[in-house]
Design a protein around this ligand. Structure first.
Ligand code: URA
Length: 282
């Protein structure tokens, strides 16, 4: 595998001129690969660019002894297997939430919950506030106007939305798009916490002040309570159960609709994300 290119944040193989898979995601150890000599070619031919994800799922689903070793985690940290399946289970739990004001509102309006979506092996998790009307109609996060701007900003730094994980702190739309209440943040927090432990992202990008506050509090950062204008675009190292991660608070894309001057800061924040991804895990 000499001379191959690695598209790190995309975790995708970069194809050589021979249409062969030239690289595996960096988190599969060479020990693992030695046990699957034919995997590279077979997988690459049959499933092309999705190969790396599928290989990860195959490997995670059927661990051999040495694979188990390679995935060993410190005590108390959940071993991450079958991420896709575990994320699906959380989606089901969110769908079956029937008590509470937001679930009642969801039912009355014929809305859907919005658990989040994206790459189960994403390096980046983007966390917004709560679904808007378009999101609640489709069950998908950031698909309205703010979502289109978000996709544009991601693409401007070479990231596709399929390769990150996008979610919200609140998984149902609040009536009239009002601000989330503390009780609602508390109600949905366990689902976000589970998504974090399953995906184990290297970088958290919060979009807007509610998601920023939730994460600052989650990590007991001394900046908790500070205004988003002071913290946006900065990087904070946080200690997760699975290792260190970076938190980058950004303005919510919708904030630029009301105050176009914020777009420059938002762009600068996305460049900070790009630079962070160009470094390996701290
Ligand atoms: N705004 C959010 O915070 N989340 C969405 O999913 C859409 C808009």
């Amino acid at each position: 595998m000499t001379g191959c290119q690695i598209d790190r944040e995309e975790r995708r193989p970069i194809r050589g001129g021979t249409d062969q898979l030239t690289h595996f995601p960096s988190n599969i150890s060479s020990e693992v690969l030695k046990q699957f000599p034919d995997l590279e070619m077979n997988r690459a031919r049959s499933i092309g660019e999705a190969a790396d994800d599928n290989i990860l799922d195959v490997l995670e689903g059927e661990p051999t002894n040495s694979l188990r070793e390679s995935h060993q985690q410190p005590d108390g940290v959940e071993k991450v297997t079958n991420r896709r399946k575990k994320l699906k289970e959380i989606e089901e739990q969110i769908r079956s939430l029937t008590a509470g004001p937001l679930a009642d509102y969801r039912r009355e309006q014929g809305f859907r919950p919005v658990p989040g979506e994206g790459d189960p092996h994403a390096r980046v998790m983007l966390i917004g506030e709560a679904p808007g009307a378009e999101e609640a109609r489709t069950g998908r996060p950031f698909v309205g106007r703010a979502g289109r701007l978000l996709e544009e900003k991601l693409e401007s730094i070479g990231l596709n939305r399929d390769r990150v994980f996008i979610t919200n702190i609140i998984k149902d739309r609040p009536p009239g798009n009002r601000d989330p209440r503390v009780s609602e943040v508390e109600r949905y927090a366990p689902y976000l916490d589970r998504q974090i432990s399953i995906i184990q992202p290297e970088v958290f990008v919060t979009l807007g002040r509610f998601a920023m506050s939730y994460l600052l509090d989650r990590y007991n950062l001394p900046q908790s309570g500070r205004r988003i204008g002071e913290l946006q675009g900065r990087q904070f190292t946080v200690q997760e159960e699975y290792g260190k991660a970076t938190l980058i608070p950004l303005y919510h894309p919708a904030a630029t609709f009301y105050n176009p001057a914020l777009e420059e800061d938002l762009d600068r924040g996305f460049r900070v994300l790009r630079e962070r991804l160009d470094r390996s895990r701290d």
